[in-house]
Design a binder for this molecule. Sequence first.
Ligand SMILES: C[S@@+](CC[C@H](N)C(=O)[O-])C[C@H]1O[C@@H](n2cnc3c(N)ncnc32)[C@H](O)[C@@H]1O
Length: 504
Amino acid sequence: MDNIGGDKDTSVSNTKNSVSSNANIDIYSINEDLVKTLAGMNKIHVSSSAFYRLTESFQKVKFAEDLLLKFEHLQKFKLKLVMQNCKTNEKSIAFRKEGNENFSLKSRNYFRALQLYNKSICYSLCDSENIAIGYANRSAVLFELKKYQQCLENITMARNANFPERLMHKLDKRENDCKKLLSSQAPEVEPYEFPLSFEKHQDVPYISNCLAMDQTEDEGRFVYTKTDLKPGDIVAIEDPYCTTLLPAMKYIRCAYCTKENCFSLIPCNNCTSAMFCSESCRDKAWDVFHKYECPVIDFLFDTCTKIHLTALRTCLTTLSLFASVEECRAFCEDPDNQSKTVFDLNFNEFTKIEEYKAVHGLVTNQDKRLVNDLFQRAVMCATIKNILIEYTPLKTLLGESIENHNFFADLLFKHLQTASSNMHSIDLIEQVSETKEDECFATGAYPFLSLLNHSCAPNVVRIHRSTTTILFVLRHIEANEKLFDNYGFMKTCVLTFENPRVVQ
Ligand SMILES: C[S@@+](CC[C@H](N)C(=O)[O-])C[C@H]1O[C@@H](n2cnc3c(N)ncnc32)[C@H](O)[C@@H]1O
């Protein structure tokens, strides 16, 4: 048996794409500290054996949590929570000034100016004129960018947010100029719609009827074609079950729908790290996940990677679908719901709950993972769970029931594994560099696309239109051949060169 320290760290930290602004306090360091403490006490072997013997996921998470509490390793994270960025008008004004410098004739860095005005809006106290001035400044940038419709929308937003009377004449003038110019502007071109190249599949309406699924002992489930395919064919168009906006995009895109909307974002009323493209997105985000993420958002963004964020978002989205945690638990623990795929779903009465069956059935590779990999995930799971329960309404949601707490640990532990084996990055269309994976703005859970196996010479490619993923055929594929995706540079390295037992 290997041990929880590992000979070398072959697990998630090798492929980490940490979003941390402070490399010393990312979530992996909590595991490293704990392993060092155990090694210093000569307890690695005994702890590894004890951890290995635990059969249930929640027991593994509890084991890790007990150690974290015993050695007080959660303290530095809790300290970081105290340093959550609060709204202050001073910072709001400072970011606006920085935005003005970027907007100036000398710089003309309009995109950066928009980001900084958004940041200024997000940092402003809710009842302050800084929000209105932020919207008005955004309208000035949009005027220069000839985006007159969005410019007018921002002028209205500024007025509704009590724009100061002393500056109103500037806004009036911009509004008049804008209206004149708008009437002479050509309408925007509608984007091209990509249709499936074949009839819809009889069971799964968003894939082509030529596709089917099978499985082998070695490769698990895979997708193959029943007819010849040619380059350019579109064989699937899938929308995600849920998405997670990456922290770098927080002042550019909506935290709920992830659309690029830096022209009209509105702030979260509580935190300084989430913006939304409408009140509707803000309300939906609050109900589904943001009420739990908001109080600890800077901890999540500064210390977690996209794998942890995606895993947590998948859990919170799923919990929000059910009237109670008990109902969600019964659904997730139903033996019938353990290995479903999109081919098993009922698309005639399609709901998010029905869709979740195929997300719940994604491969975890738990039986192939080394002890150090599982221990590390248990530590991550325990850390996130502990902090969410202490600082967010998750405590109220789970209540006193030990079964509910164990269920949440099970669910998060599961998705910390499915996220790394199945999660898809959602990229901008432009591929900047073949080896640079991170030109992505969000991640998503796509239950059909997650059935595609990896090849370094793939025969299909995923192209994103917003969060919708279109699967194109890259080269000729003969009937009965498998479809292969390319998981990306980092995952390929892990899959190919690392210990084969650690299949990400
Ligand atoms: C996104 S899932 C693909 C579907 C998966 N085979 C299943 O049964 O659900 C990724 C996992 O599939 C397996 N896998 C992917 N590509 C593979 C390949 N070329 N050969 C063998 N297994 C592969 C690995 O376990 C990997 O972690």
